[in-house]
Structure formats: structure tokens, C-alpha cells
Design a protein around this ligand. Structure first.
Ligand code: LRH
Length: 472
């Protein structure tokens, strides 16, 4: 009998993908069967995710997958960017489009929370750097937006699973990014909920990566390929999935997962919550395989994508490959940006934001006219590589460990210029990993979960499946 297929859904801030794994003569073949463009949308002054459009697109993708896999689909798992969530009405429907983490509503709630729990205290308890985008500050902002603070919530990928028929859960790796999980117990931290006056009852129960959380239900379940389909919580945080998709040992290697954000760090066996780690901007997040992701969260391709969107509106559209190539050729270095600047995290008018930042830092502004776009791109890549190098230098110091190389994955892998600049600035060789490492990690966890028969997934099993899928 032919082995069953599997589906990995990866929600990205720029595109959502439905990928299908099939087995051909015992060899894996993974195909992105459907892609839905994505991006935050404005509702008046606030920024949201178009959840119904996303879900309808995913249903189309699942129908395509069912058609392409007559052998049957054993499981579906969903991951996404971290921190965003959906609030539910008593009948299980969504209470409006979920907020996007970039919305500015959390500026005030973070300041208020910091007055109740000093950021370093919260860091020591949860391992999470108090980033404005974190779920904790968003939950606190809901009442001001007229949202019932007692309404149950569920993170985005777990919501998609829930809507497909799963129970409401919060997967461990993803839960750790909320800023509400106790490092010691791996469960919600009741003291933090209490101190911040957040409802613990509204939070879903935490489950391990690789938990079977239900069976596909609803109209799609009537399709033959979906007659026995389980719903699995993979590492629902996409970065944790991407790291689970790396088949090699990371003990002396750093990772850079580069996309809308760049995550620069390594795996650690124990959390590191020293003052130095806090000051260097390092977070401790759950990994699918039991250890911790210890990395810096750096604003990244968002800045270029926002510039490109704004140029496109003015009839100056660029393809990413072309702008990267021309940026590599233009040797003009105008200045270096502080990639952590709050203004570069926001949307709209990015070229002007960049120029204001350059001037603030004592550099010349770049004339925002046709032909100068590669100079903007070059400035962003130069600044990113400098930021990567600084993050890795502090990592070596904190862990007292010499790094021997960098494993780079994600969209920017196609960006030879950024790879070259990073090698130059860090002095470390870069091994280019899989562009779709998140999908590989998602599928590897599904496969490990299916053979673990309800027991916790084994790290070696995840690595073995990742190796198998990478070779396919
Ligand atoms: C990358 C990512 C990252 C988070 C950010 C919100 O997609 O999940 O790990 O910090 O989105």
C-alpha cells in the first residue's frame, strides 16, 4: 500500500503556503501546492490580519491537496509567525479580524506592564525579552479596543487547527513567545496573569509539540483523501519549526533564520537569563526538541519589502532578485541604520522613515528617486550584516563558546549579497540551509508524532525525519 501523504500549512506575514508531502518509491517529495499572498490590513487606524481571506485560501489549498493525493492524507499541521492570536465568541466564531503585532496599541500597554513587573523580572521568569509585539502586551490592549478581556483566545495556527476540527490548545513552542509561560514549569505563569490582571481561564491549555489535537471535521472531511486525517500541533511557532527542520548538529554553529524578521542565535540546553543576555536582546524560546532557542529577534526584510511596496505604488516596481543584484553592484555605502529602531518596525512610508533615521544618525539621506532603490537595499543589507555580527559576537561571549559557522535559512538564502556581507562581517563560513526549512520541520514533527503513539516526540526522530525530507 502506498504511504499516506501529509500537509504542512505555514502562515507567513507575506505569504501563506499549503505544502503536500507524498512518497514516491519510498522517497519524499514536497510540493508547495497553494500559496496565498498575505499582509496586514488597515481597519481605520489599526492593523489586522484578514483571517477569513486566509482561511478561505487555506481551504482552497486543502482541496487541491486532496485532489493531488488520492492515497489519502494522514495529517495536517499548521505553524505561523509568533505572538498573534484570535479571540473567540461563545459560539466559537472569531471576534473580528485579529490584530497584527505591529499595531501601535501595545506601546501604552507595555509601558503600563513594565511599571507592574520590571522587564528584567519578567525576563527571568519567562525567558522572553519584553518585546512590544509579544502576546502579553496585546492581550492587555484588548479592552481599550472594546474586546472582552475574558473571551477565550487562541494563537493563529492553533486557531486554524481549531477551525478545522481540533480542540482549542496552545502549543508549547508558540506559547513560550507570549511572554506568559513560566520557564521552570513550561506552563502558564499564574503569577504573571494575576499581577497583570489577565484572565488565566481565557488561555488555552498548553500541549507538547507533536500532539494530536483532533480529526479533520466539516465540509473538507467528506473528501475521500481526508477520511482519516488527524490534526497535529507541530512546533506552531514557525521559527521553532524552521530550526526543527535543520538536519545537522548545531552545537558549535549559529543559525540565522532570515525573513520578515531575522532570528540570530543558537540552541542551548538550558535557558540563559543573565543581565548580559537581557541587555544583548536575547530571548529564550521553546524548541520542538526539548532544548531552547536562544536568539536575537532582528527587524529584517520587512524594511525592504515596505520600501518595495511603496515604490511599486509610485510605478517603480522591482523584483527582489533584480534589486539584490543591483545592490551588489552599487558599492555606494550611504550609512548604517539601527535595525532595532522602532520607526523601522512600522508600516507605510518606509523610504522616508529610513531617511529620517539616517539623518538622525548623522548620515546623508538617500534621494528617493527612480534609480536609487538599490542604494536603499544596499544600506539595509549592510546594516543587517553589521547587526548579525554584533549579535553573534555577544552570543559567543555569553555562552563562552566559539562558533565555527552559521547555518542560514529562510527567504534571504537566495540573497547572495547578504550572505557575502555576513561572512565578511562575522568572519564565519555560512552553510546555506533549506529555504523551506519551516515546512520541513513542520512535516518532521508530524512524522515523529505519528510514530510516537501519543508519547512525547523524540528529538532524534525529528532530526532523522528532517534528514530524510531534506534529501528527498
Ligand atoms: C518569524 C517570527 C519570529 C517572531 C516574529 C513575530 O516569523 O515568528 O520568530 O519573533 O515572527
Amino acid at each position: 500500500m502506498q504511504e499516506s501523504a501529509r500537509v504542512a500549512i505555514d502562515l507567513g506575514a507575506e505569504s501563506c503556503r499549503v505544502s503536500l508531502l507524498r512518497w514516491k518509491s519510498g522517497k519524499p517529495s514536497i510540493e508547495v501546492i497553494h500559496r496565498i499572498p498575505n499582509g496586514p490590513v488597515h481597519h481605520g487606524n489599526s492593523l489586522h490580519w484578514p483571517i477569513e481571506t486566509i482561511f478561505a485560501g487555506l481551504e482552497d489549498g486543502l482541496r487541491k491537496a486532496a485532489e493531488a493525493a488520492p492515497e489519502g492524507i494522514a495529517s495536517i499541521a499548521v505553524d505561523s509567525w509568533g505572538v498573534d492570536y484570535v479571540r473567540l465568541a461563545p459560539d466559537g466564531r472569531v471576534l473580528g479580524d485579529p490584530f497584527c503585532y505591529r499595531d501601535q496599541r501595545t506601546v501604552a500597554t507595555k509601558e503600563a506592564a513594565d511599571r507592574v513587573i520590571p522587564p528584567f523580572d519578567l525576563y527571568q521568569r519567562t525567558g522572553v525579552l519584553p518585546l512590544r509585539i509579544n502576546t502579553v502586551y496585546q492581550l492587555l490592549a484588548d479592552p481599550a479596543a472594546g474586546i472582552d478581556a475574558e473571551a477565550p483566545w487562541v494563537m493563529m495556527p492553533e486557531y486554524i487547527l481549531y477551525r478545522l476540527g481540533a480542540r482549542r490548545v496552545s502549543e508549547y513552542t508558540h506559547a513560550t513567545h507570549t511572554g506568559l509561560v513560566d520557564l521552570k514549569t513550561g506552563n502558564w505563569c499564574p503569577e504573571v496573569f494575576k499581577q497583570l490582571n489577565l484572565s488565566l481561564e481565557a488561555a488555552p491549555p498548553i500541549v507538547r509539540s507533536g500532539s494530536v489535537v483532533g480529526r479533520l471535521q466539516g465540509p473538507l472531511a467528506s473528501l475521500a483523501a481526508f477520511s482519516k486525517t488527524e490534526l497535529i500541533a507541530p512546533a506552531c511557532h514557525d521559527t521553532a519549526s524552521a530550526i526543527a527542520g535543520i538536519p545537522t548538529d548545531l552545537s558549535s554553529t549559529a543559525y540565522i533564520s532570515s525573513g520578515t524578521w531575522s532570528l540570530v542565535g543558537t540552541l542551548t540546553t538550558m535557558p540563559v537569563t543573565t543581565r548580559a543576555a537581557f541587555d544583548s536582546g536575547y530571548v529564550n524560546l521553546g524548541a520542538a526538541t526539548g532544548d531552547m532557542l536562544f536568539h536575537s529577534v532582528i527587524n529584517s526584510m520587512w524594511v525592504l519589502k515596505q520600501c518595495m511596496d511603496s515604490w511599486a505604488v509610485q510605478g517603480r516596481a522591482w523584483k527582489i532578485e533584480d534589486i539584490v543584484q543591483q545592490a551588489a553592484e552599487c558599492n555606494l555605502s550611504i550609512g548604517l541604520l539601527d535595525m532595532d529602531a522602532e520607526t523601522l518596525m512600522l508600516d507605510t512610508d518606509m523610504p522616508q522613515r529610513i531617511n529620517r533615521e539616517l539623518v538622525r544618525l548623522g548620515f546623508d539621506a538617500i534621494d528617493d528617486v527612480a534609480g536609487n532603490e538599490p542604494i536603499f537595499a544596499r544600506t539595509i543589507f549592510e546594516s543587517l550584516s553589521v547587526r548579525y555580527a554584533a549579535a553573534l559576537a555577544s552570543l559567543e561571549k555569553m555562552l563562552d563558546r566559539k562558533l565555527t559557522g552559521i547555518h542560514m535559512l529562510g527567504g534571504a538564502n537566495r540573497n547572495k549579497l547578504l550572505v557575502r556581507l555576513t561572512e565578511e562581517r562575522t568572519g564565519l563560513p555560512i552553510e546555506i540551509g533549506q529555504t523551506e526549512s519551516t515546512t520541513i520541520g513542520n512535516l518532521a514533527v508530524q512524522l515523529a508524532a505519528s510514530e510516537s503513539e501519543g508519547q512525547p516526540i523524540k528529538p532524534e526522530a525529528v532530526r532523522q525525519w528532517a534528514r530524510c525530507l531534506c534529501q528527498g
